[in-house]
Design a protein around this ligand. Structure first.
Ligand code: 5GP
Length: 191
């Protein structure tokens, strides 16, 4: 997605630890008109599928998934919570996910009420690095007996290979920009 690549080149800041900050439009301040284009692009790429639910993980995935859902006929958005909270009742699906940015391990949970074998699920997230977050969400879909349609990612860091491993497992991963390499002064995309 050309518009996204331009935005990354203009506003992205490379931080130590191979972290790309895109706080000005995606992860802190959010450009909603731009996010709407992102949602439309996911809908174009998955137009041949029958998505009836969108799954993401808190926090940064939620806004992206919410706007994307409007392009999939208002499909409900479910977000995995990073810790058990008292207001989650009943049985839970859960998976262990190591956070790329915080280096902590979270037990991520989804209420069994919101995912079932009838669901055709599109997973949405902001970044794909080593693939831990997506693997956790895919594990939750597996526990629910639901169908994984594919994964829609805004920015994949190709040099961290999580996406390559998922594709090798036969999982459809559509990333709107794939970064091949990045440093303080250069950033290149995979074609
Ligand atoms: P993974 O689990 O694939 O290693 O990392 C993906 C998760 O870590 C995403 O949910 C995202 O929130 C976060 N993440 C990974 N790399 C980056 C990055 O370079 N910048 C930002 N802002 N978040 C990242």
């Amino acid at each position: 997605m050309e518009q996204l690549k331009q935005r990354i080149l203009e506003d992205g800041v490379v931080k130590p630890g191979n972290v790309l900050k895109v706080d000005s439009f995606l992860n802190h301040q959010i450009d909603i008109v731009f996010l709407n284009e992102v949602g439309a692009e996911f809908a174009r790429r998955f137009a041949d599928t029958s998505v009836n639910k969108i799954l993401t993980i808190e926090a940064s995935g939620i806004g992206i998934a919410a706007i994307t859902a409007l392009h999939f006929g208002n499909a409900p958005v479910v977000f995995a919570k990073k810790s058990k909270t008292l207001n989650l009742d009943g049985d839970l699906y859960h998976a262990r996910v190591e956070s790329f940015t915080h280096k902590t391990v979270n037990d991520v949970v989804v209420s069994k009420k919101f995912l079932s074998p009838d669901d055709h699920v599109l997973v949405i997230d902001d970044f794909l690095a080593n693939g831990c977050a997506l693997q956790g969400l895919i594990e939750i879909i597996r526990q629910a007996g639901a169908t994984l349609v594919g994964c829609g990612i805004v920015i994949e860091k190709g040099f961290q290979h999580g996406g390559d491993h998922l594709r090798e497992q036969g999982i459809r991963v559509e990333s709107l920009a794939i970064i091949e390499s990045m440093s303080n002064d250069t950033l290149t995309f995979r074609n």
